[in-house]
Design a protein around this ligand. Structure first.
Ligand SMILES: *Cc1c(COP(=O)(O)O)cnc(C)c1O
Length: 222
């Protein structure tokens, strides 16, 4: 199946309120253009340098989503164009995003990454840490960031029940933190679901799925 066909097949199965982010990490510009020419505008990358290079090489109406774990010293390279930063899990990073946003006279949209998987390697905040984060005085001082919701990754397992429960957990956290809505925290986005589990994620309330290999084919590396 071609990239355009794979993309169409996925679009046909997801509801209209769910944003499809085509995860193009490691894939060449020619693949991204194929998806672009089929109408796709939101793309996800997990390495800042790679995203910057692709931003420079590709049409400027693409929305670039940073889905990887962030190194705060590299935020400056994408601050002028990034559309949404999914993986924020520390004040250090958030402060750096705010600082760079001010420099570029922008408000930068972010999602807080919540740890729902069992694996030690997955980044993210616990529910309690997220609550402390959102209710802190420190957040109120960051006027150039806008937290739109949450992102999470399920465990790497074949057990669909585990995955389903982890997504349920994230949806519950989303619901319980909504009441803290403020000028820079207006939770509407729930980014969960990848190639192997986006259908389950949508059933559990996701409205933003990050799909890579099901569109572009397997990657040789990450
Ligand atoms: C790579 C990646 C994806 C996409 O993974 P696929 O299994 O290829 O769909 C989604 N989210 C994050 C955070 C990723 O790093």
């Amino acid at each position: 199946m071609s990239i355009a066909e794979s993309l169409q097949k996925i679009k046909n199965t997801i509801p209209a309120n769910v944003t499809l982010i085509a995860v193009s990490k490691t894939k060449p510009v020619s693949d991204i253009l194929e998806a672009y020419n089929a109408g796709q505008r939101a793309f996800g990358e997990n390495k800042i340098q790679e995203m910057v290079q692709k931003y420079e090489d590709l049409p400027k109406d693409i929305e670039w989503h940073m889905i990887g774990h962030l190194q705060s010293n590299k935020v400056k390279y994408m601050a002028h164009f990034v559309h949404l930063i999914h993986g924020v899990d520390s004040f250090k990073t958030l402060k750096e995003i705010n600082k760079q946003a001010i420099k570029h006279k922008r408000i930068i949209n972010c999602l807080l990454q919540i740890k729902i998987a069992r694996e030690e390697t997955k980044f993210g905040l616990s529910a309690l840490e997220a609550e402390n984060f959102i209710t802190s005085e420190e957040l109120k001082s960051l006027k150039n960031i806008h937290i739109l919701g949450f992102m999470g990754m399920a465990s790497f397992t074949d057990d669909l029940n585990i995955i389903k429960n982890e997504f349920k957990t994230l949806k519950n956290i989303f619901n319980s933190l909504k009441k803290y809505k403020s000028f820079n925290f207006t939770p509407t986005k729930l980014s969960m679901g990848m190639s192997g589990d986006y259908q389950i994620a949508i059933e559990e309330g996701s409205n933003m799925v990050r799909v890579g290999s099901a569109i572009f084919g397997e990657r040789n590396y990450n």
